[in-house]
Design a protein around this ligand. Structure first.
Ligand SMILES: Cc1cc2nc3c(=O)[nH]c(=O)nc-3n(C[C@H](O)[C@H](O)[C@H](O)COP(=O)(O)OP(=O)(O)OC[C@H]3O[C@@H](n4cnc5c(N)ncnc54)[C@H](O)[C@@H]3O)c2cc1C
Length: 497
């Protein structure tokens, strides 16, 4: 049974009068602002008094958007259009002060709280129905210190900004592969990308974070200050608070890398998979070799092969890639010198909102003959969807960090495997989802856990807990300390008990 509670804000009580704001923020007439119906984290209905909402709006430097406001429609969406949710309030924060204000408000009313940075959550956790969305997108800034080789990145930034700024000094830190992905979500979950085998996951390059925890307090966390929080933030996502600033170490790297795709006809899938099984475990750290098998929508010219990035000395690239090329005639081999920042943008799609997606994922300990057979046998083309199975290669520097060094607990994985379908948005997804579920049922037995950033919206609490492995009990303790009421629950959630 849902209950409706009427709550009064201390802030509102302090207000002598109530003045509604127009969408553009101009003060209009002195009249009682409308109450707002919202949802708590536990799913209870709550009515927020208009005065309290107005007081929140006044305290923010950024905009507070309600359902009728200009900008609300755009702000409520995330990348995957299947998540068509409508928060009661959207706080568009411009800095740490706004984040604290929004968190205090959310906590005061126990609101269901979503945190949006780049909006790439596969499971739709960065938006919600009836709660508050804390939208970090106006809070984007990167500052590089080329002397200290450090970058400070605010909590709403996109990874393309960091690549762009750091590379201006021939410096880099490993991020993901699509430039419009948010640093906030990517880094708190781990951060796999083209340089991870050489320099580690994004979290391996974090030196400190500033966090607004569930009590609204600001905390600097690093190896000395709040080391438990620093440990938890690196792999357990947004469970403990909102990271307002990340500090990364930067590595010197030449601007030009050797990258592109080497693809063969899909009819050679078994042969290419057998090659990958032999070659990938011994590949040099400088080489990122991501396996891909793809059937384009309505086209029988499927491909199998590799997305390649060689980030070492260019004179050594040909030698590193010679075994791949020994596989013979390709459909595409466009591996060539390319500007690293341009490469990082090369996977940005023109209109990512135009398609629906369904995805399953898991870490693989290696490419066994059984897994290869299941991958090749189950892959089907279809007139109305594109189907992809992809392995983001792991190993190298990623695997040289112990599993208990931070919350991320899957260091021994050989790769992160994703099977996904995408289709024209608006088309009936039933068949596509059913196909991926069936295909995944043949692949999943060959996986060991999953990447929390690819969290499946169907994942159970048990599977999420188990996925933290030996690190789970410590995470529960940290959760109890920094978020005892589970304000931040829209994530790969650690429950405080
Ligand atoms: C097109 C695409 C490409 C991808 N490529 C890669 C890749 O190459 N490598 C890789 O590792 N992953 C990749 N991912 C997965 C990606 O890491 C996750 O989807 C990640 O959550 C995206 O972060 P975001 O900020 O864009 O997402 P959002 O949807 O904005 O946020 C996701 C979650 O992150 C948390 N969060 C966001 N910002 C903060 C913050 N400042 N403080 C605390 N918590 C926060 C919140 O819990 C939120 O629900 C990709 C995803 C997509 C859709």
């Amino acid at each position: 049974m849902k209950r409706r509670v009427f709550v009064r804000s201390g802030l509102a009580a302090a207000m002598g009068t109530s003045i509604p704001l127009s969408p553009s923020g101009f003060r209009l007439v002195r009249q009682e602002p409308a109450d707002v119906d919202a949802i708590t984290g536990d799913g209870a209905e709550v009515t927020l008094r208009g005065r309290a909402v107005k007081a929140l709006s006044d305290r923010l430097r950024g905009r507070l958007l309600l359902a009728h406001d200009d900008g609300y429609e755009q702000a409520r969406h995330i990348l995957n259009p299947s998540f068509d949710k409508r928060p009661a309030l959207i706080a568009q924060v411009t800095g740490t002060a706004d984040v604290r204000t929004a968190v205090e408000f959310a906590r005061e009313y126990s609101l269901l709280t979503a945190v949006k940075c780049g909006g790439h959550s596969y499971s739709g956790k960065s938006t919600c129905d009836g709660g508050i969305m804390i939208d970090l997108s106006p809070f984007r800034h990167v500052r590089v210190d080329p002397v200290a080789r450090r970058a400070r990145v605010t909590g709403g930034s996109l990874l393309g900004q960091l690549d762009h700024e750091a590379m201006a000094y021939d410096l880099v830190t490993p991020m993901g592969t699509v430039s419009h992905t948010g640093v906030g979500g990517l880094v708190t979950g781990g951060g796999f990308g083209r340089l991870a085998r050489r320099y580690g996951l994004a979290i391996d390059n974090l030196t400190s974070v500033d966090v607004v925890t569930a009590d609204g307090e600001f905390r600097r966390a690093d190896e000395e200050q709040h080391p438990d929080l620093f440990w938890g933030v690196r792999g357990a996502g947004g469970n403990f608070g909102i990271v307002t600033s990340f500090e990364f170490k930067l590595h010197p790297m030449q601007r030009q890398v050797i990258a592109g795709s080497i693809l063969f006809p899909i009819s050679r899938a078994r042969e290419v998979l057998a090659f990958y099984a032999d070659f990938a475990p011994g590949a040099p750290d400088e080489l990122q070799l991501d396996f891909m098998m793809l059937n384009p929508q309505g086209d029988d010219r499927g491909v199998v092969g590799f997305n390649v990035c060689y980030a070492g000395l260019s004179v050594q690239a040909n030698r590193a890639l010679a075994p791949v090329r020994s596989l013979g005639a390709t459909v595409i081999d466009d591996v060539q010198p390319i500007d690293y920042v341009a490469l990082q943008r090369s996977g940005d799609s023109d209109d990512p909102r135009a398609r629906g997606t369904y995805l399953k994922s898991g870490f693989i300990p290696g490419m066994t003959p059984e897994l290869a057979a299941a991958m090749a046998e189950g892959m089907e083309g279809h007139p109305a969807r594109t189907t992809v199975v992809f392995i983001q290669q792991s190993g190298g520097a990623i695997g040289r960090v112990p599993n208990d060094a931070m919350a991320f607990a899957h260091r021994e994985a050989a790769g992160n495997m994703l099977a996904l379908a995408d289709w024209a948005f608006g088309a009936d997804p039933t068949d596509h989802i059913a196909y991926i579920r069936q295909y995944w049922s043949t692949l999943e037995p060959h996986t060991r856990g999953f990447y929390t950033n690819d969290l499946d919206f169907e994942a159970t609490a048990e599977s999420v807990n188990a996925n933290y492995r030996e690190n789970y009990p410590r995470l529960v303790e940290i959760k109890k300390k920094y978020d005892p009421t589970n304000l931040f629950r829209l994530n790969a959630n650690v429950q405080p008990g």
